[in-house]
Design a binder for this molecule. Structure first.
Ligand code: DQA
Length: 142
């Protein structure tokens, strides 16, 4: 199976964000970890990151052309960008939401997710290992 791993706004600058929440690794290192998790689980991973909502939505539209499932960390868009919910619905692929930090134990605004109701699962607060959990959840969803 093939998986589109999509990262949204500000995640390209991961190593410049608070290490207590995000662990201090670079976005490139995170991609490498996720690709290795995929390999262990027999999955092919294609990574994409954008800070532009329109570009991100267009990538979601394309996912059925190259993937069987989606792992998505939209960053702060998670909490207010309703266009992403519609785009995940359009993609029509099993989708797992991931957050490095424990969004439910931080500020109240992070407890809202626009993806609630359209995604098959959510992993948060497990750091990079959460992506392995997300890939394993996708395997159960197929
Ligand atoms: C995040 C959590 C979001 O609340 C935040 O805006 C991010 C990263 C995470 O991976 O923990 O940019 O999605």
């Amino acid at each position: 199976h093939r998986v589109a791993v999509l990262h949204g706004i500000n995640l390209d600058a991961l190593d410049r964000r608070p290490a207590q929440h995000y662990g201090g690794l670079t976005y490139t290192q995170l991609e490498q970890r996720i690709t290795a998790f995929g390999r262990e689980l027999g999955l092919t991973v294609a990574c994409f990151q954008s800070n532009h909502e329109g570009e991100f939505v267009e990538e979601l539209h394309k996912t059925p052309d190259y993937a069987d499932g989606i792992v998505i960390n939209p960053g702060a868009w998670t909490h207010y960008a309703w266009s992403l919910r519609d785009a995940v619905e359009i993609a029509g692929l099993p989708t797992i939401e991931v957050h490095l930090s424990d969004v439910d134990a931080r500020e109240a605004f992070r407890q809202v997710s626009v993806l609630e109701g359209v995604r098959a699962g959510k992993v948060s607060g497990r750091g990079p290992d959460g992506y392995r959990d997300a890939l394993a959840l996708l395997k159960e969803a197929w």
